[in-house]
Design a protein around this ligand. Structure first.
Ligand SMILES: [Zn+2]
Length: 89
């Protein structure tokens, strides 16, 4: 079966279920909301790069430190990426 989704990982209904679900409180849901290096609050990567992007075009699972700009933090539940990789072939 191709196309495993987050729903198949057995998360509670109130949790964001996909990359296009806005996160509650406008901060990462699954990961630490601060930069691992400097502690600055992470912001949506698309908001940094495309401040005028429409809400529907934003990926809500890609976060970035506006100070370090040292890469993307993926807001995914622990184990979900692994599980998707295993089931996705
Ligand atoms: Zn930082």
């Amino acid at each position: 079966m191709a196309g495993a989704t987050l729903e198949e990982t057995g998360m509670a209904p109130h949790q964001p279920r996909s990359a296009s679900d806005p996160r509650p409180g406008n901060q990462p849901f699954y990961i630490s909301p601060g930069c691992h290096t400097c502690g600055t609050a992470l912001v949506l990567s698309d908001r940094l790069d495309h401040p005028d992007a429409a809400e529907s075009k934003i990926w809500h699972d890609e976060w970035e430190c506006p100070v370090c700009r040292d890469g993307i933090y993926l807001d995914w539940p622990e184990g979900a990426l692994l599980s998707l990789q295993r089931n996705g072939r």
